[in-house]
Each structure stands twice: as C-alpha cells, then as structure tokens.
Design a protein around this ligand. Structure first.
Ligand SMILES: Nc1ncnc2c1ncn2[C@@H]1O[C@H](COP(=O)(O)OP(=O)(O)OP(=O)(O)O)[C@@H](O)[C@H]1O
Length: 229
C-alpha cells in the first residue's frame, strides 16, 4: 500500500448546466508523499480549484477514488468526510479568512476545539504553532492589527492546528508582495518538511512552483508532470 498523504486516481468531474455537460476533470491522477510539496498549475478555468475541492473532501468526484493518508473515502457519508477533513486536512487560501473578532491565538485554538481538543491543550498547541511561524509575541492580536504576511502566517498555523496529514493551498501567497511572499513560502516549506505533511499547492506563480518538489499541470482535464527544462 502506498503511504501517500493524498492519492487521487481516475478523478472525473462533470458539471451539468441546462442540458449541456462540462467535463472539467477527465481522469486526473496524483499522489503527494509525506513532506512533499506538489505544485498544481494550469490556465485559469483548467480545473485546479475543482481538483482542490475534491482533494479537500469539499466536493465528491463524479468518478474516481480519493485516499487520505491511505484511507479510501469514497464510501464515507458526509459526516465521516467532515470528520476526516477536520482531523486530517488543513486549508490555506489566498485571503486568510481569519475570524476578525478573535485573536491570532484564538483563531488557532478554535479548529482544535471543534475537533474535540481541550481548551488547555489547544492553547498550548496554538502557542507552539505561533512560535513556529515566528509570531510568539502576537498571539493576543486580532488579525486587523497584523500585517498581510503575519495574517497569512497565522492562517498557516491555523491550517496545521490539528496536525493534518495533508495541506491544501490555493495561491497561498497570492495576496502578498514578492518579498513577503518569499518569506511566507519559505516558512511554509520548512514546516511541511519538518511536520512531514503532504502539500498540494495551486498557483499561477511559476517561480513559486519551481521551488516545490514537483509540478503537475492541468491539461485538458488530466495532470501532466512537468519535467525540468
Ligand atoms: N459548480 C460548478 N458548476 C458548473 N461549472 C463549474 C462549477 N465549478 C467550476 N465550474 C467550471 O469548471 C471549470 C474549472 O473551474 P476551476 O475553478 O476549477 O478552474 P481553476 O483552474 O481553478 O481556475 P482559476 O485559476 O481561475 O482559479 C470552469 O470552466 C468553471 O466554470
């Protein structure tokens, strides 16, 4: 058995609109190993977000199998899928989506409490994560008092709060200036490697993509591995 954190096999996704059928994914395959960063690239509308939604168990494929840390989730009901998502998958988006009325620490505590962790342990873990992203002194600050890069670092810490197997990121540095993006991405990379998380990162930024372990390109509904030129 593969020890991939994410394995997707033969993923097909069709959308039906007013009688017409749009086949966005046509048999996409991929695997992401522990500690590996895989870039997902392709033109706008190619199906990257659709693939991430399916990988993150937010949507079901029309056909195909998704395995999270070895578990085939195909036959899981919605409740079980939500449970796997909360425990095993972290999400980072272009915009941080932190809760504005809560502090940085509370934003990292909440997903843990939802997953059943005690408040005391959740706070301890939040402080460890804040340390890991270099924000020890900022735990009590609300998002509005943090810079864009700091907000995104909190969002990364929050995504890792429940020690997920898999991290799914959609343009995680897309809203940052190049220098800050560089710094945040380096931090993300270091944490993924150290925590042995598998990371699938959709981006339009080819420079960023080239810094990852592999680049998969969405082309006509399937994934093609880009080899170094
Ligand atoms: N719920 C839906 N119903 C119908 N069509 C959809 C739905 N979701 C996505 N699509 C279509 O699927 C295609 C792929 O969209 P998707 O958002 O996955 O592309 P993308 O590669 O992420 O693009 P971008 O880089 O612009 O974010 C698009 O043509 C889109 O219109």
């Amino acid at each position: 058995m593969s020890d991939a954190m994410l394995e997707m096999t033969g993923i097909v996704r069709r959308f039906e609109q007013g009688g017409a059928v749009l086949e966005v994914l046509r048999g996409a395959d991929l695997a992401v190993q522990p500690g590996e960063l895989v870039a997902l690239v392709g033109p706008s509308g190619a199906g990257k977000s659709t693939l991430l939604q399916i990988a993150g168990l937010l949507e079901r494929p029309t056909e195909g199998v998704v395995r999270i840390a070895g578990a085939d989730v195909s036959d899981f009901d919605d409740g079980k899928r939500t449970e796997v998502r909360r425990r095993s998958i972290g999400f980072v988006y272009q915009f941080h989506h932190l809760l504005p009325e809560f502090s940085a620490q509370e934003n990292i505590v909440l997903p843990q409490m939802i997953a059943g962790v005690s408040k005391r342990l959740a706070k301890q873990r939040a402080d460890e994560l804040l340390h890991m992203v270099g924000l020890d002194a900022r735990g009590s600050h609300r998002p509005a008092r943090l810079s864009g890069g700091e907000q995104q670092r909190v969002a990364i810490a929050r995504a890792l709060a429940n020690a997920p197997s898999l991290l799914i990121a959609d343009e995680p540095t897309g809203n940052l200036d190049p220098h800050t993006a560089d710094h945040v991405f380096a931090m993300l990379t270091a944490i993924v490697r150290q925590a042995r998380v598998g990371a699938l990162v959709a981006t339009h930024n080819m420079e960023l993509a080239r810094r990852m372990d592999r680049i998969l390109e969405m082309r006509d509904g399937i994934l093609v591995e880009q080899t170094a030129a």
